[in-house]
Design a protein around this ligand. Structure first.
Ligand code: ZN
Length: 185
């Protein structure tokens, strides 16, 4: 079974992922959390609130290692799902199609800072049994936020960072901010 927890930054996705993994840990199920090596902020998965969970860092396309981790565990979490490669999507899809007993819980950004679907997340959402979409609060108007707005110029879709590089905005405020940034820059 595949569960997806998605939404923008600062919405509490990693908190929710860790909460679900901890429930299975308490029930003494074998639980692992994997994260892609693109995100090298810490050796553990840590939320913006400082909550931690032990994790295994893997290459974002290393399906051999990921398959080993899946075989050795019952519940497998994936943090920063948007950074995993196509091969990982294909691997999880194959498990799902074969009617696996494994529980996969993937947390990741639905969109990049431009509002475009991010990496394999849209396809994981398509094949998921359950999707939870979380929203941060827009820092300008306090409505639910849609966008993880980039405060610095990005050269690629992937720019790892936290509050120093991004802020949560709704679509409307993100568009207004972009106009403002263009005028100033
Ligand atoms: Zn707003």
């Amino acid at each position: 079974m595949l569960e997806v927890i998605t939404g923008g930054m600062f919405a509490g996705k990693t908190d929710e992922l860790i909460r679900r993994l901890e429930r299975h840990s308490i029930a003494k199920r074998r639980v692992a959390l994997v994260r892609p090596d693109l995100d090298t902020r810490t050796s553990k998965v840590r939320t913006h609130n400082g909550k931690e969970f032990d994790s295994i860092t893997v290459d974002s396309n290393d399906t051999a290692t990921i398959a080993q981790i899946i075989e050795a565990n019952e519940v497998i979490g994936f943090d920063e799902g948007e950074f995993f490669g196509e091969a990982v999507y294909q691997l999880l899809k194959a498990y799902e199609q074969n009617g696996t007993d494994k529980i996969f819980i993937v947390g990741g950004l639905d969109m990049d800072s431009e509002g475009e679907p991010f990496g394999i997340m849209p396809r994981l959402m398509a094949i998921a049994s359950e999707i939870t979409k979380l929203h941060a609060v827009c820092e300008n108007c306090f409505q639910p936020a849609n966008i993880s707005y980039s405060l610095v110029e990005k050269k690629t879709q992937v720019l790892v960072g936290g509050k120093d590089k991004y802020k949560a905005l709704c679509w409307k405020c993100a568009a207004a901010e972009k106009v403002k940034q263009a005028q100033n820059g």
